[in-house]
Design a protein around this ligand. Structure first.
Ligand SMILES: O=P(O)(O)OC[C@H]1O[C@H](O)[C@H](O)[C@@H](O)[C@@H]1O
Length: 554
């Protein structure tokens, strides 16, 4: 394929960038009264306003041309049709098959994977019903009231943030908690809140070889056996999700308690698979299915909408513009909804583990920027912290704002409902007001004028006005939805998955491997052997040796 920087659209964009850097979005809004309508669209229950971006129509046209010149349409169908686009692991990439409600077969190695997908969903549904109805109980016959989900990375973040975000839909008799870190404080604290007779442990590990998850499960099992449970009761309290069923059974899981997943589901794309079992247990299967439906709606939109009306493509190409032409190195996610506070951490893994790399598919090193740093936290909290830097530093930081128009009523009490309405109006005003402030800023002249009559000398007035000046012209997208129900959340997450894929296609990356995390695991295991005296420290560098000695207090 033609090198990215030699495509005609890239060359045009390089030419446009210095010109656009001179425009202020404030002037763009004045010049075009239709800008907000022109640069807004709806898909799968999500409204996107991308008018507050530093782009002209020419820039957008070239960005969509770039997508065409990088054969994006062909790459989208390659993914959905089960081609082995994860070339370094020789795997198909089919998280979309997990939410395929179309009745169309999806073929991998000549086999339709849909019957297998449906069989796993049925198993998840049945197990959820059995737990909720009291058919599956703890070993003393008591109903399960707490689920402890043990997993890390993609086997943790997806189920955790979905469960957290859908709090208004929680099953009334069950609580679900998550343990990921190998730090023993975490599992210790969680076990301290558990009643052995009423707790179910779901161990989630695609590989069934991840140190943190294995150790946390062993600790949970030891706790269970030391507190009255015995070996024969394990099946009542421990289930596993893995693509390595044999390893799970060898570990001691009852075979019927293992929920399978396929190797063509990437860890960070796996919440739609059996990895979503804790979501089913927290919410009920029907809500999990609605989540899948929302993602499916976004998949249909992504596959069929022309690039200039395609939400994931628009977001991805705007990201390319800022990363490759406007000097941005990071992208902020700012959900204005407390229950959605985990989304930045989720997208951080999704995006940074997918596109945080510099080798192209054919093994060259890129000569352009790739995946940005993804960060952020819930609004309005961030406004009293890092927004200062977004508003007034010279680092360009594009941001996605997210806001639900309605929130579920949390109380039947009239006064409390009125208070909630007031809170929500304030939340809306903060969200929209911030995108406005980022865009328009406040000029030196405006600040200088404000200081009139304040008893300052002209010098003092100049200095203070300089400090108060906000350049504005900071780009943002605003994503608005009616309520954050399971369906909308499914669509929102799928939208970010596809955005990441589009960017990976433009940059020429394999977005579905993660070789960069491997070396740390290997060296970590070697260090553990050194700490435990199983191997000599001499092989390690002087700094690492000194740290180990300090740890061992030698
Ligand atoms: O599900 P597991 O096989 O236990 O893997 C858990 C996580 O660990 C790995 O190191 C990867 O970086 C993640 O992509 C993965 O989700």
């Amino acid at each position: 394929m033609e090198k990215l920087k030699q495509t005609p659209a890239w060359i045009n964009l390089e030419h446009h960038a210095p010109l656009v850097k001179r425009y202020h979005m404030r002037d763009m809004f004045v010049a075009d009264k239709n800008r907000a309508t022109k640069y807004s669209l709806d898909a799968a229950g999500i409204h996107l306003d991308y008018s507050k971006n530093r782009v002209t129509q020419e820039v957008l046209d070239n960005l969509f041309d770039l997508a065409t010149q990088r054969q994006l349409a062909e790459k989208i169908s390659a993914m959905f049709s089960g081609k082995k686009i994860n070339t370094t692991e020789n795997r198909a990439v089919l998280h979309t098959a997990l939410r395929n409600f179309s009745d169309k077969p999806v073929m991998v190695d000549g086999e339709n994977v849909m019957p297998q997908v449906k069989a796993t969903l049925t198993k998840m549904e049945q197990f959820t019903v059995d737990v909720h109805s009291g058919k599956h109980t703890g070993y003393t016959g008591k109903a399960i009231k707490k689920v402890v989900s043990i997993g890390i990375g993609g086997s943790f973040l997806g189920p955790k943030i979905v469960t957290e975000a859908l709090k208004p839909y929680w099953h009334k008799d069950i609580s679900v908690v998550f343990v990921a870190n190998v730090d023993g404080c975490h599992i210790h604290d969680v076990l301290n809140t558990c009643d052995i007779e009423e707790t179910l442990f779901v161990m989630s590990s695609k590989s069934f070889g991840t140190q943190e998850t294995l150790q946390n499960t062993l600790s949970a099992k030891a706790w269970f056996l030391n507190n009255g449970g015995n070996q024969n009761d394990i099946a009542k309290h421990f289930v596993a999700v893995s693509s390595n069923v044999k390893a799970a059974v060898d570990f001691g899981m009852a075979e019927q308690n293992v929920f399978p997943m396929a190797d063509w589901v990437g860890g960070r794309y796996s919440l739609w698979s059996a990895i979503g079992l804790p979501i089913c247990l927290a919410l009920g299967y029907q809500h999990f299915e609605a989540l899948l439906h929302g993602a499916y709606d976004m998949d249909c939109h992504f596959q069929s909408a022309p690039f200039d009306q395609n939400m994931p493509v628009i977001l991805a190409m705007l990201g390319i513009w800022y990363r490759n032409f406007m000097g941005a190195q990071s992208h902020a996610l700012l959900p204005y909804y407390h229950y959605l506070r985990g989304l930045p951490a989720y997208v951080q893994q999704l995006d940074m583990e997918s596109n945080g790399k510099i080798a192209t598919l054919d093994g060259r090193t890129v000569d352009h920027g790739t995946g940005p740093i993804i960060w952020g936290s819930e609004g309005s909290n961030g406004q009293h912290s890092f927004y200062q830097l977004i508003h007034q530093s010279n680092l360009p930081i594009p941001a996605d704002f997210m806001f639900p128009i309605n929130v579920p009523s949390l109380s039947d009490e009239k006064q409390e409902r009125e208070n909630q309405t007031l809170h929500h109006q304030m939340l809306a005003s903060n969200c929209f007001g911030q995108t406005q402030a980022l865009m328009q800023g406040k000029s030196f002249e405006e600040c200088y004028k404000d200081l009139d009559g304040k008893g300052l000398s002209d010098d003092e007035r100049h200095t203070l006005a300089a400090h108060k000046t906000m350049a504005g012209n900071n780009p943002s997208n605003t994503l608005v939805f009616d309520t954050l129900n399971p369906k909308t959340l499914g669509a929102l997450i799928a939208m970010y998955e596809h955005k990441v894929y589009v960017q990976g296609c433009i940059w020429g990356l394999n977005s579905f491997d993660q070789w960069g995390v491997e070396l740390g695991k290997v060296l970590g295991n070697q260090v553990l052997d050194m700490i435990q005296g199983k191997s000599s420290m001499n092989e390690a560098d002087a700094s690492t040796q000194a740290l180990i000695k300090r740890f061992l207090q030698q």
